[in-house]
Design a protein around this ligand. Structure first.
Ligand SMILES: Nc1ncnc2c1ncn2[C@@H]1O[C@H](COP(=O)(O)OP(=O)(O)OP(=O)(O)O)[C@@H](O)[C@H]1O
Ligand SMILES: [Mg+2]
Length: 259
C-alpha cells in the first residue's frame, strides 16, 4: 500500500538548492505542476517516474512511505507503482485494443466479465474519435492512445501514482478526465499549461529555472473560479468540436446556455 510519496529537494539549473524542505503527497491527492516552457515540469515528474535517488540532472530524491524504494520496485516494471502518460506515449505491441487490455487485466488478476468493454467505454468518454475493440493499438492516434491509457490506469492499472504530462492537448476531453480521476484514491500529478486543470487540483507547484519555486494550496475563491472557468471551457470545447466537424458557428451556438 502506498500512502505517501515524498520528494526531497535537488538543485536548480544554476546549481542552487531548491527552496523547500520536502514535499509529501498523500494517497487521493491531486496536484498540478505549472510554469513556463523549459522550467523543469517534465523533469520533475520524470524524477518521480524513475524514483530518482540523486542520480538525475536535478539530484532530487524520492521516498515512498518515507523509505528509499527497493531496487526491485525501481527496476522491475511489474512492481513499479507508477504510470506515466506523456504526449509521446505510444503502445508498441502488435495487439488489438481488446487483447492489449485483456493482457493487462489478466496480469493484474482482474477477471470481471465486462472490464474490457468498460475501459474502452471510459476511454471513449475522453476522446472524440471512438476507439473500437478491434483497432490495433499501434494505429490509435495520440489522443486515443492517451485516452485509452488513462482509462486503463483508472479501471485496470493498479498503479497508485499516475503522472500525466500535458494531456489537455490533442483531443482529450479534460473535463471528463478531471471528474473521473478525483476520488479514485490515487496520487495524481498533472503537468499542465491549462488553467482549468491547474485550478482543479488541491495543490499546485510553480516551477522556475529547473526548481520548485512555490507550492500553493487551492483556496475557496479559486475553487469558485474553477467552477466558472469550467462553463467557459465547455463553451470553447463545444465550439472546437463544431469546427472540427466542419460546421459553421451560429449565433444560437454562441449564446447556448450550458447550465
Ligand atoms: N534542476 C535541473 N537541473 C538541470 N537540468 C534541468 C533541471 N530541470 C530541468 N532540467 C533540464 O531542462 C530542460 C527543460 O526541462 P523540462 O523539459 O522539464 O521543461 P518543461 O517545463 O517540461 O517544458 P515544456 O513546458 O516545454 O514541456 C530539460 O532538458 C531538463 O532535463
Ligand atoms: Mg514538458
Amino acid at each position: 500500500m502506498i500512502t505517501e510519496l515524498t520528494i526531497l529537494p535537488g538543485f536548480n539549473k544554476s546549481g542552487l538548492k531548491e527552496d523547500f524542505d520536502e514535499l509529501t503527497l498523500q494517497a487521493g491527492e491531486t496536484i498540478s505542476i505549472v510554469g513556463p516552457t523549459g522550467s523543469g515540469k517534465t523533469a520533475f515528474i520524470t524524477d518521480i517516474e524513475l524514483l530518482a535517488q540523486g542520480d538525475t540532472a536535478t539530484k532530487r530524491q524520492i521516498r515512498i512511505n518515507r523509505e528509499v524504494p527497493s531496487d526491485a520496485i525501481r527496476y522491475n516494471p511489474a512492481l513499479k507503482p507508477i504510470a506515466m502518460i506523456t504526449q509521446n506515449t505510444k503502445c508498441f505491441a502488435d495487439l488489438s485494443t481488446e487483447e492489449f487490455l485483456q493482457i493487462h487485466a489478466r496480469a493484474r488478476g482482474i477477471h470481471g466479465k465486462n472490464i474490457i468493454g468498460e475501459t474502452i467505454d471510459l476511454a471513449n468518454i475522453f476522446t472524440g474519435e471512438k476507439i473500437h475493440r478491434n483497432d490495433k493499438v499501434t494505429t490509435l492516434s495520440g489522443g486515443q492512445t492517451r485516452s485509452l491509457l488513462i482509462a486503463d490506469a483508472i479501471l485496470i492499472g493498479a498503479a497508485p501514482i499516475v503522472l500525466l504530462d500535458e494531456i489537455e492537448n490533442a483531443g482529450i476531453f479534460k473535463q471528463e478526465v478531471l471528474e473521473l480521476i478525483h476520488g479514485v484514491g490515487k496520487i495524481i500529478i498533472f503537468v499542465t499549461h491549462d488553467p482549468v486543470i491547474a485550478l482543479h487540483t488541491e495543490k499546485r507547484l510553480i516551477m522556475e529555472n529547473g526548481a520548485v519555486k512555490k507550492v500553493i494550496t487551492q483556496n475557496d475563491l479559486e475553487l469558485y473560479a474553477a467552477r466558472n472557468l469550467v462553463e467557459l471551457d465547455k463553451r470553447i470545447g463545444l465550439i472546437r468540436e463544431e469546427l472540427r466537424a466542419g460546421n459553421i458557428i451560429t449565433r444560437e451556438l454562441l449564446n447556448l446556455n450550458l447550465a
